[in-house]
Ligand binder design. Sequence first.
Ligand SMILES: C[S@@+](CC[C@H](N)C(=O)[O-])C[C@H]1O[C@@H](n2cnc3c(N)ncnc32)[C@H](O)[C@@H]1O
Length: 280
Amino acid sequence: MPDRVRERVLETYRLTADTYDRGVSERLGSSRWGIESLTGMLLGEMRVPENPVALDIACGTGLSTFSLIDYIVKGDVHGVDLSPEMVRKAVENADELDFNIEFKEGDVENLPYPDGLFNMAISNMSFQFFPDKLRALKEIHRVMTPGGRMGHLFGGGKHVEELISICLDVSKGDPDLIGLREAVEDVVRLHIDLEAVQRLLWEAGFRKPFVYGYHRVMNVKPEDFWFGNPYPAYWTSSVPAENRAELDSRILSEMKERSGPRGFKITWYTIQAYGSKPTD
Ligand SMILES: C[S@@+](CC[C@H](N)C(=O)[O-])C[C@H]1O[C@@H](n2cnc3c(N)ncnc32)[C@H](O)[C@@H]1O
């Protein structure tokens, strides 16, 4: 599964790098409750060190990195992401907003930094994409200083289960949609829950773990969600391009079928997980 997931991530963010901010950002797009609020919740549980050298892992177009900057009076901020297109967009955004951040391309499983550089690390809405979560956490542990604290906010457990169920129904028995089925089955495996996260943090060497999750039920307009969020692109990226338009319309009609007067119900399950690298 790992290489397949990485390929899918690369293809998804190659396709959506230029539209991502519009769909999910409060600062640069039209989202009412988007990435900046989520990053605020992640950072709300972290004490920012006096002079942070901070890393935003899987920083995307920099939206979470810019929110991190808002919490820092003085210090260094870095961002790293697997997708070259997302990193390019992050650099453009930082120039436009006049932020001084060093963005790099890199995989969380092989971070392009020396040991013990960062005394703080965050990752917003990305942990669910990491194929080998233990390896990712061990690598983050390597680049942190003793005493440094790390925090992740991500979709776990049955995150967006209503949409997953439609994708599984629609793809059942259809050989043209095998890519969709595989993608959704991988997503189900990658959405781990609280106990598993806590165990992985410990196994990777982090201590003082603090892990919790919460559901937020939202009513969304089918089109807004399906075309404004990177998840659908992720799920459909392995379906042949010529079948995607028809697939979009089948899924939208299923969503409408299951909608009420205020739209389609989506359960957004968020996990926040923190751990420290021990000092001895
Ligand atoms: C939903 S976006 C979140 C981006 C940003 N943190 C934000 O809050 O807007 C998920 C990001 O995870 C990145 N990503 C997924 N797998 C990765 C990996 N193995 N290593 C580094 N980045 C990865 C993707 O390229 C994408 O930019």
